[in-house]
Design a protein around this ligand. Structure first.
Ligand SMILES: C[S@@+](CC[C@H](N)C(=O)[O-])C[C@H]1O[C@@H](n2cnc3c(N)ncnc32)[C@H](O)[C@@H]1O
Length: 314
């Protein structure tokens, strides 16, 4: 989340999309460093629920001194975070950038349990103070809620079968590691299905991570708060890495950019114009050069909206 005390310059306007999909060292404050370097008038509030991410970002951004404030919170704590930093929750920021999901740091620290490619405790909490781990879900949820998580958050076709196998296995030995789960998934997903659609553990790991961290609830609540925080001319940019999140962003932005004039009237009623204008057509994707440099950017879908500077234009 970024706030500048100076009016935006043409140069700043031209640069608006340049930082869009650079994910090198994500989880290390890379976006914020780039923005603070490029925009000398910027003051940045960096929000993350993961204290390790904040610690790493804090070290990296130390040279910027009091131009950066880091706050540990879920994204939907944006209004309180603004107030804590001395800004009104509404009409006070020039830009909010959401870089959603899990960071490279979190994936690469195998002991966090986010990755199916290394054996580690089945944790997946972004915030280590959360009460529930992925292992807790696997070891305690009934078939119905477990299958629903896999189906809704992982779009897993074999959700019911996997949930049945999970329950059968945990009666013998409770789940403790990512390796336990990967082994079960190889056995539960039929061989022909394993050959398509990426790694067989991908969807189940995504589903558990979304459930453990209540990621979609957080996003649903955070987007309206971010829109409300914008000053005229301010922008919200969202980088989503999976379709469930992108669908939420698409729908919130569609509502925000829709006319509020009652349907059927031939002209826009004054004061009923859309509150925001879209800056992207559909979702923007990383180009091949970006993907070659940073393969994790292949999944990104970027959408952005702006609060008009004056009625009728942006
Ligand atoms: C893709 S990384 C962001 C990296 C950042 N743009 C950078 O340049 O370092 C996603 C970060 O968002 C955090 N995160 C994900 N969902 C969150 C939420 N709902 N509330 C707060 N932080 C969240 C994760 O802990 C992770 O550190």
């Amino acid at each position: 989340m970024h706030r500048t005390s100076r009016p935006r310059t043409d140069g700043a306007r031209r640069r608006r999309n340049r930082c869009a999909v650079h994910r090198r060292d994500t989880g290390a404050g890379g976006h914020t460093e780039r923005l603070l370097s490029d925009l000398p008038g910027l003051h940045a509030l960096g929000l993350d629920r993961d204290p390790s991410a904040l610690q790493i970002a804090g070290a990296r951004l130390a040279p910027f001194g009091n131009r950066v404030t880091l706050i540990r919170t879920r994204y939907d704590g944006i209004a309180d975070a603004l107030e804590e930093a001395g800004h009104p929750a509404e009409n006070s920021v020039d830009g909010v950038l959401f870089d959603l999901g899990v960071s490279s740091m979190q994936l690469d620290r195998t002991e966090r349990g986010f990755s199916y490619s290394a054996d580690a405790p089945l944790d997946m909490r972004m915030d280590p103070d959360l009460p529930l781990t992925a292992a807790d879900i696997l070891n305690t949820y009934d078939h119905g809620p477990l299958a629903a998580i896999l189906r809704e958050y992982g779009e897993e076709k074999f959700a019911s079968k996997i949930a049945k196998e999970v329950i059968r296995r945990r009666e013998r030995t409770p789940f403790a590691t990512t390796g336990d789960l990967v082994e079960l998934l190889y056995a539960a997903i039929p061989a022909p299905a394993r050959r398509t659609g990426g790694h067989p553990a991908k969807r189940t790991f995504q589903a558990l991570r979304v459930a453990v961290n209540a990621e979609l609830d957080s996003l649903r609540a955070a987007l309206p708060a971010a829109l409300a925080a914008l000053r005229p001319g301010g922008r919200v940019v969202v980088m989503a890495y999976q379709s469930l999140e992108d669908r939420i962003v698409k729908s919130v932005f569609a509502a925000a950019t829709a006319s509020r004039t009652p349907p059927g009237l031939p002209v826009e009623l004054p004061g009923h114009e859309p509150e925001f204008v879209s800056l992207t057509r559909g979702a923007e994707r990383a180009d091949q050069r970006e993907i070659d440099r940073n393969p994790r950017s292949a999944a990104v879908r970027l959408r952005a909206v702006q609060r008009p500077t004056d009625r009728g234009g942006s």
